[in-house]
Design a binder for this molecule. Sequence first.
Ligand code: SAH
Ligand code: SF4
Length: 412
Amino acid sequence: MALSIDLKDIRHRDALSARHPADDGGRPSLIGMDREELATAVRAAGVPERQVRMRVQQLWHWLYVRGVSDFNDMANVSKALRAELAERFTIARPRIVDEQISQDGTRKWLLQFPPRGAGKPVEIETVYIPEDGRGTLCISSQVGCTLTCSFCHTGTQKLVRNLTADEILSQLLLARDRLGDFPLKDTPQGAIVPSEGRRISNIVMMGMGEPLYNFDNVKKALLIATDNEGLSLSRRRITLSTSGVVPEIYRTGEEIGVMLAISLHAVRDELRDELVPINKKYPIAELMQACRDYRGLSNARRITFEYVMLKGVNDSLADARELVRLLKGIPAKINLIPFNPWPGSRYQCSDWEQIEAFADFVNRAGYASPIRTPRGRDILAACGQLKSESERLRKSERLALEAMMIAGHGEA
Ligand code: SAH
Ligand code: SF4
């Protein structure tokens, strides 16, 4: 299928940035703080010890149930305390530099975060993918990536820095604002977080960066996202994708308890060393052991193995056979990802018949093997295509990419 380039590329830089100022005046954000840190913050704002717990609870409610981004909206907090807090802290959302909506409803935001310390402002991308009856938010964990997987666009961008817990969580809060997922703020019903009908029902840590190289901040953000008195997302609806940082895979199971996805992509060390270079440090056998040991696995809680289909590289039926052998004994499903090209990439997506033959083989061996439909390709929102504004595509590159996609490599 040829992809028509009918971009609904809406840019509301001015209108949005007025509402979402990037400049936090160097004040720390209350977003992303755990309860203990919030207690320290309210003490600093002069709250007497006997009121600290109650104030922390109120703040938690305003931030994560009501979704306020302005201290003035905190109706049951006194004016004086609101002013004290506003002087010392911020709860503002990041600045939206750009918002794009794909023909298929996928949305991509380019967000800017203020500098930390002496650094510059940074930009990352967050993607929302609506599906029947659910919606998934794809969150970034780093600006760029230290790893250099040879088929990934983010991997060509050097790591600029880790995102803070506040910046990771803010992607979810901002997307909920934009999608109308926070209930009305000023009605009695506003206090309820509906468990049904949320636009964002699922989260995947599959945006820019390697989440397990930013473990502490990712953990902090996800524990807040799953907190029952706040955003209360289910751990089973959060999937963290890693290229295979073995020690932190164990910690993810023990300390965060979300679903795991492994970017496997190759079944022999020699090839995986090339495609996913972290394999040199943590080879396939160690990775598989960490998967076998992952806490809480069952047929209802399986590990997803991601496998990008690269023509003539990793897509033979011999590879499929070896894959099935490797996964023996692990409750697993296999997500086949048609390779998404980018200018300068050296691979092609496997032919569609080959992807289907591969999927059939794996499926006959008893594993679910969905082929991931590329979403939001027209706005470069598909897997592995995220890259920040600092290195955006030039127009000539964009045209080259569109031509590649029209040529139909693996178009679903
Ligand atoms: N760093 C983490 C999470 C981000 S990448 C990881 O590597 O798992 C999310 C998924 O997109 C990974 O499975 C990654 O291998 C895959 N991916 C990267 N580039 C891609 C591309 N060009 N086409 C298809 N999938 C890609
Ligand atoms: Fe980094 Fe993941 Fe891309 Fe590899 S695939 S370069 S780990 S973002």
